[in-house]
Write a new protein. Structure first.
Length: 235
């Protein structure tokens, strides 16, 4: 059955070198509200390099549009995939790309800025990347210059790559130094380190909201500077 699911994905996801995807075993890792699902499919779409290069000095309307358009594109993609998977008799649940308007927030979100679901976790469990010092998902293929989306399924899936459980950022601190909010401590991520030990989400949110209101009159809390300066994503 996994081969049939992979066939569906290959049919729908363009093989243009700008997409990545994988399978993840999420047994015991998801919030109880997702108890019917123990496996996930993650799909990533590379962001345009020219637009991302323009964000190095700060976010702008073109990047804001790219963010929204890529989210909409990924949602359409996984909705199509989920529909095809359901024809195999497999239950699935599409998790929308993260945005400030459509997100699965925990009840104490305002106090913690934490969510019930993490696309980044699915990506690491699929072996496609790790978490960077500013809490970005850093893919081995595109660095952090991508957006992720996920589908949960109730049918066993064998990961195609070994899960990644610790950072590969090493001593690099470019994103830490570039962050206008000073949100990162510089500590490396691993699966046993809590987010708050290496990254202050409140500092990031406050600055991103300020920037978004300045350049786009938006409350989307978009920045992107750390994503743009990462040497793993730049040509």
């Amino acid at each position: 059955m996994q081969d049939k699911i992979a066939e569906i994905i290959r049919k729908i996801v363009p093989g243009d070198g700008r997409h990545i995807w994988g399978f993840a075993d999420l047994t015991g890792l998801l919030h109880p509200r997702f108890s019917a699902y123990n496996y996930g499919i993650t799909i990533g779409k590379k962001l345009d390099d020219e637009i991302m290069d323009s964000v190095i000095e700060g976010p702008n309307p073109v990047y804001y549009k790219l963010y929204l358009d890529t989210n909409a594109y990924l949602l359409n993609l996984v909705t199509h995939i989920a529909r095809e998977i359901s024809s195999l008799g497999i239950n699935s649940l599409v998790i929308r790309p993260t945005s400030s308007q459509e997100i699965d927030r925990s009840p104490d979100y305002l106090k913690t800025l934490r969510h019930h679901f993490s696309h980044k976790m699915v990506g690491t469990r699929a072996g496609l990347g790790w978490i960077g010092k500013t809490d970005l998902f850093v893919s081995t293929e595109f660095g952090p210059r991508l957006r992720l989306v996920s589908i949960l399924v109730d049918h066993p899936l064998e990961p195609l790559l070994a899960p990644i459980e610790k950072s590969r950022c090493g001593k690099c601190s470019i994103c830490v130094e570039a962050c206008p909010a000073g949100a990162a401590t510089g500590q490396l991520w691993n699966t046993k380190v809590d987010r708050d030990e290496y990254y202050n989400a409140f500092k990031c949110q406050k600055k991103a909201l300020e920037l978004s209101r300045d350049f786009a009159s938006s409350d989307h809390e978009i920045c992107g500077i750390c994503m743009a300066v990462c040497p793993l994503g730049r040509k």
